[in-house]
Design a binder for this molecule. Structure first.
Ligand SMILES: *Cc1c(COP(=O)(O)O)cnc(C)c1O
Length: 407
C-alpha cells in the first residue's frame, strides 16, 4: 500500500463531503464528485525533482498526486509524455507567429487519443475497488480506451455507440475486447441505456464525469503541460469541449499546483471550443448561464465534441469564466480546410477536434480576444489517422510506359 494524499471526495455543486476508499458515482444531487487531497502534505513528500527523476516515462510519474493506492493497480499500456509541436508554417495562415502556436499532440497516447488518460485512471480505480464489469456510452475514442485498459486489467466491458460512429472506432473497441453495440441515437441515448441497465446487469457506469476518477486522469494533462513548460503555464489554452473532462481536469490541476506553491498565480485563459452544430456550452456561457440544456439535433463531423448535454456543464463554464477565457464555435467546413492546411504545411495531421482549436485560434486573434504574442496551446486530442481522409486519384499502370512529365 502506498500512501495517497486523498482526504475525501466533494460534491462539485454543494461541497458536501464523501468518504474516500468507497465506490462512488455522482453525488446525491446528481453532480460530479471531485477528489480532494491534503496538498500541503503532498508538497512535503513530492518534489519537482522527484517527478523529474521518476523512472516512469508517462503520466504515472504523477502517481503521488493521484488516488491509486496500490502500485499493482496502476494499469499501463506504455503512456508517453505527449510532445509540444509548434506550428511553424501554418502559423501565418492562422494569422499568428511561428512558435507561438503550439500543438500538444495527444494522439501519441495508447489507443490514439487523450481518452487514455481518463480511462487509464478510472479503470485502475475500478480494479482497486474490484469492479468486474464496466459499461459506457461513447462517440468512439472513450470506448476504445476503456476496452483496451479494461482488457489489460481483466475487466469485462459493454460499450454503446451511436450507429453513425466512425467505423474504425467501433471496430477498434471490439478488437480490444469490448462487447460493442450500435444504437440508433446520440451519445445521450446510449447513456440512458447504461443508466437503466445498471441495476439488472450490475455493471459500473464509467460515463464521462459519472464517476470521480476520469477527471483525475485528465488532470495529468495539466500537470504534464506545466512540467513541460518548466512549471509555468501558457497564456491561453484552446480545448475542444464535449463533456469537458479535460478542461475541468486541467483547471483542477492548475489550482492544485498553485496551492502547492509549484506555479505562480498567472493562469491561462481557458477557451472551450465547440462546433456550430452542437454548442450547448457556448450558448449557456454567452447567455450568462451556468447550466446548458440539451442541444437539439446535434450535428458535426467532429464526433468527439458532439455531446448535446454535459453533466459537468457548470464546471466547464466556471473554469472558462474564472480564467478570463471564453467559448467559441467553429464550422465543420473550417475544421476540414484547416486540418488539410496544417497537414500539408506543417506535416502534422490533426483530428477534426484538434483542427477545431486552430480555427478558434484564428477567430480569437481576428476578434482581438488574444494577441499574437500570447503563447497558445492547441489540444490535438486524437490521432488524425482515425478519421476520413481524401481519396488518392493518381493511378499508374505498370504495363504501360510511365509518363514522367506528370510528376
Ligand atoms: C472526447 C473527445 C473530445 C472532448 O473531450 P472532453 O474532455 O470530453 O470534452 C474531443 N476530441 C476528441 C477526439 C475526443 O475523443
Amino acid at each position: 500500500m502506498t500512501k495517497t494524499f486523498v482526504t475525501h471526495l466533494e460534491c462539485s455543486m454543494t461541497g458536501k463531503h464523501y468518504e474516500k476508499g468507497k465506490i462512488h458515482e455522482l453525488s446525491e444531487v446528481g453532480r460530479p464528485l471531485l477528489v480532494r487531497y491534503d496538498l500541503a502534505e503532498m508538497a512535503k513528500h513530492i518534489s519537482k525533482d522527484s517527478i523529474k527523476n521518476s523512472a516512469d516515462p508517462g503520466f504515472w510519474r504523477y502517481a503521488g498526486m493521484l488516488p491509486v493506492t496500490k502500485p499493482e493497480n496502476r494499469i499501463s499500456l506504455g503512456e508517453v509524455i505527449t510532445p509540444l509541436i509548434p506550428l511553424r508554417k501554418s502559423a501565418a495562415s492562422l494569422g499568428g507567429l511561428p512558435d507561438k502556436i503550439i500543438v500538444k499532440d495527444e494522439g501519441r497516447l495508447p489507443t490514439g487519443s487523450f481518452k487514455a488518460r481518463g480511462l487509464c485512471l478510472a479503470v485502475s480505480m475500478a480494479k482497486e475497488f474490484g469492479q468486474p464489469h464496466l459499461a459506457m456510452p461513447t462517440n468512439g475514442n472513450a470506448g476504445a480506451a476503456l476496452a483496451a485498459y479494461a482488457s489489460r486489467a481483466g475487466q469485462k466491458t459493454t460499450i454503446f455507440c451511436p450507429s453513425d460512429t466512425p467505423d474504425i472506432n467501433i471496430r477498434e473497441i471490439k478488437q480490444q475486447g469490448g462487447d460493442t453495440y450500435l444504437v440508433n441515437g446520440l451519445i445521450n441515448d446510449c447513456g440512458k441505456i447504461v443508466l437503466e441497465g445498471k441495476e439488472s446487469v450490475g455493471w459500473f457506469d464509467i460515463s464521462t464525469l459519472k464517476e470521480p476518477y476520469r477527471i483525475e486522469g485528465k488532470k495529468t494533462m495539466g500537470l504534464e503541460l506545466a512540467e513541460q513548460l518548466n512549471w509555468t503555464l501558457p497564456d491561453v489554452i484552446f480545448y475542444p469541449t464535449g463533456g469537458g473532462t479535460g478542461l475541468i481536469g486541467m483547471w483542477k490541476a492548475f489550482a492544485e499546483l498553485l496551492e502547492m506553491g509549484w506555479i505562480g498565480s498567472k493562469m491561462p485563459k481557458m477557451v472551450a471550443v465547440q462546433a456550430e452544430g452542437c454548442a450547448p456550452i457556448y450558448k449557456a456561457w454567452k447567455a450568462g448561464d451556468e447550466h446548458a440544456p440539451l442541444w437539439e439535433n446535434a450535428h458535426t463531423m467532429a464526433a468527439g465534441i458532439r455531446v448535446p448535454i454535459a453533466v459537468g456543464d457548470f464546471l466547464i463554464i466556471r473554469a472558462v469564466r474564472e480564467s478570463g477565457g471564453f467559448c467559441m464555435t467553429v464550422t465543420d467546413e473550417d475544421i476540414i480546410t484547416t486540418r488539410d492546411d496544417i497537414a500539408k504545411l506543417d506535416g502534422l495531421l490533426l483530428c477534426p477536434e484538434g483542427a477545431a482549436t486552430a480555427v478558434a485560434y484564428k477567430q480569437a486573434l481576428a476578434q482581438g480576444l488574444i494577441s499574437q504574442d500570447d503563447t497558445a496551446i492547441l489540444y490535438n486530442c486524437a490521432t488524425g489517422l482515425k478519421y476520413p481522409m481524401d481519396a488518392v486519384d493518381g493511378i499508374i499502370d505498370k504495363n504501360q510506359p510511365v509518363d514522367y512529365s506528370q510528376f
